[in-house]
Design a protein around this ligand. Sequence first.
Ligand SMILES: [Zn+2]
Length: 359
Amino acid sequence: MSEVQRLAFPPRSQFFSALKSRVDGYFTERGLAQTGNARLYLKAVFALILTLGSYAMLVWGVEHWWSAALAALVLVQSMALLAFSVMHDGCHGSFSQKRWLNWVAGAMMDVMGSSNVLWRQKHNLLHHTYTNVDGRDDDICIGALLRLSPNQPRHRVHRFQHWYAPALYSLLSLYLLLYSDWQRMFSGKIGETPMQARQWWEWPYFLFSKAFYIAYALIVPMLYHPVWQVLLVFIGIHLVFGLTLSIVFQLAHIVPETEFPGPAEGGKMPYEWAEHQLRTTANFAVGKPLATFYTGGLNYQVEHHLFHKVSHVHYPAISRIVRDTCAEYDIRYLDSGSTWQALAAHFRFLRQMGHPSAA
Ligand SMILES: [Zn+2]
């Protein structure tokens, strides 16, 4: 088995030292913690109540197909709120200063059918370190049917990828639940990269959480409703959930303006880590409170990638510091514009990557 090459970023630049001390200064001057605040905890409770309430309605409270569809729609949107605003911060350790609370927040991933242990490996260690690096960042290595980087080989089928990508995106959470999580646990690898700091309890925790999910999401509803109806709603919820998660994460990195740097000879990366993040990440819908609320601050991905230990509730405030410091050091700060402009940019990029003239 071939060893995975170590990639090394050049030493930290003056730019990031200056930016970090300014951002740290913002928090110390105001006596603020860099983790979540009361507003975030209120939002977490709201998302949790909405999730539990819509689940209960779906299983015990609805009598018509249209009320079931409505309850399922509320359930999937509240799951998205939990994923973006609670689970994501929790897995990064930015939800709270309390370790156990971060763990509980991160465990929302298990409650929604996937695995927070695997997410921490895939997202925190690989995606956040090697953003847009082919073969390392699992978010751009979705499979041969999608060409998400100019460094990946182009096949004839990619010419149509901007048409069928949403269908593949919508399979994300079902794919994690049914195949990918299991493949990763058995192989101990994410893609080609071996997982780090494995713990003895990961397997029993993984099996317990999958059994718990199947019990409440499939078996309990089947006690009250026909099997085919439960399966229909279960699959429908996963398709919408998968599409929502994929689109929000893809808008930040897979657009024409972002870059896809790769290592040179000996595994040397061309840009230091912070500049790498700025070249591979773009914001969207900046200054739009509804987008920030819904995506859990993932519209401020630049700030998230530079300061992933800072809760998303602070991103709008530190965004000004990041923009100003980038301008001062003559470093490009990528902003795709509105949500619609970012969506259009993503699909334009997919079309470009699949076109016969693409590099
Ligand atoms: Zn993240």
